[in-house]
Design a protein around this ligand. Structure first.
Ligand code: AMP
Ligand code: ZN
Length: 114
């Protein structure tokens, strides 16, 4: 998708602080972090939001979580704990319409989230 911010980051047209990449997944540090570790883990395939997921996307969604596990370990938060969040739609606070799993760690995370 040519007008998608995160597709442009995957393509290297917009710089990002890459933290992980494999065949299907790309991850980078959030530009406005809300925790000491705040990564965004995205599929290389453009999918706008959870509502658009198709059965054939199940594998890549699983791969986002496998990447989260790897990044958490790489950054030293696998033992202390971390949170993953995927917002869907405006009421949930989704602002970029290319699905992304937030990975947050490094501070106490309250529950319920705001
Ligand atoms: P959401 O509100 O769930 O859609 O999350 C979008 C996230 O993308 C926000 O946390 C933003 O800070 C982050 N973001 C927006 N633009 C960039 C960028 N160019 N590089 C890294 N993170 C970004
Ligand atoms: Zn995209």
């Amino acid at each position: 998708m040519t007008d998608c911010l995160f597709c442009k980051i995957i393509a290297g047209d917009i710089p990002a602080d890459k933290i992980y990449e494999d065949e299907n997944v790309f991850a980078f540090r959030d530009i406005n972090p809300v925790a000491p570790l705040h990564a965004l883990i995205i599929p290389k395939k453009h999918i706008a939001m959870i509502n658009d997921l198709k059965p054939q996307d199940a594998e890549v969604v699983g791969q986002l979580f496998l990447a989260a596990k790897e990044i958490a370990k790489q950054e030293g938060y696998d033992e202390t704990g971390y949170r993953t969040v995927m917002n869907c739609g405006e009421a949930a606070g989704q602002t970029v319409f290319h699905i992304h799993l937030h990975l947050l760690a490094g501070r106490d995370l309250s529950w319920p989230p705001g």
